[in-house]
Ligand binder design. Sequence first.
Ligand code: SAH
Length: 252
Amino acid sequence: MDLLSLLTDLHADGARQGPGSPAATLQALALARAAGLSEGPLKMADLGCGTGASTTVLATALRGSLTALDLIPAFLARLEANLARLDTQATVSLLEGDMNAPPFEAGALDLLWSEGAIYNLGFRQGLQAWRPLLKLGGFLAVSELTWLTATRPSALTAHWEAAYPEVGTAGAKLQVLEEEGFRPVGYFPLGPDSWLENYYHPLEARFPAFLTRHAGEAAAEALIAEERAEIALYRTHQEFVSYGFYIAQRRA
Ligand code: SAH
């Protein structure tokens, strides 16, 4: 099996595919509301939605239309099943597609959401691709790998700089937002519960069945070894690194 199929198989049963929590999604939404996000109805998108951890929270909390977009059909199928059990306020459309070129007209969106996914484009590139889709004054809410301190253990720096060269402090990320035509209105770092209880613990619980399904596949064993190493690195260094949630408004 190729790596994308293995990743899909490992993650499709998860409630989420990256760090976060319903409380963090609601906290980011509260910051947007405090800065003037209207009660709607709103035109919204959740890009790189995965199985829809944030989509379901937003669709429950907000009125309007919400397009949830992801590359992987198996994730969207899981989201569709989850939505069928929920009483949502917003109308949700699922879309298989590339978040580098989402099919919205210029200036169409009141709210653009993306948790743990903008890194696929790169933070600056993602902001450049997404800014034109927002109305003037429209809100962006994204989570992104962030250093919590100016200095940190060199092994941690080396790992993430190799895996994601754009990793930076919140100060640096806020500056990129400002440079790319946004007015930041809020930032907070995700707490350890967003990594451990909500993401890594359920992921670890799926390892044994996954390894049984893929017995004898070197690529599957290598993938789990890599996931275990990343989890161990986070456990050791959690005071230095997290995801930051950034809430910002498109300016003229
Ligand atoms: N937002 C979800 C998923 C985060 S994982 C959560 O917080 O749980 C990142 C997601 O981005 C995955 O679902 C992956 O399939 C999706 N993705 C990666 N590259 C993409 C692209 N170019 N276009 C659309 N989705 C993409």
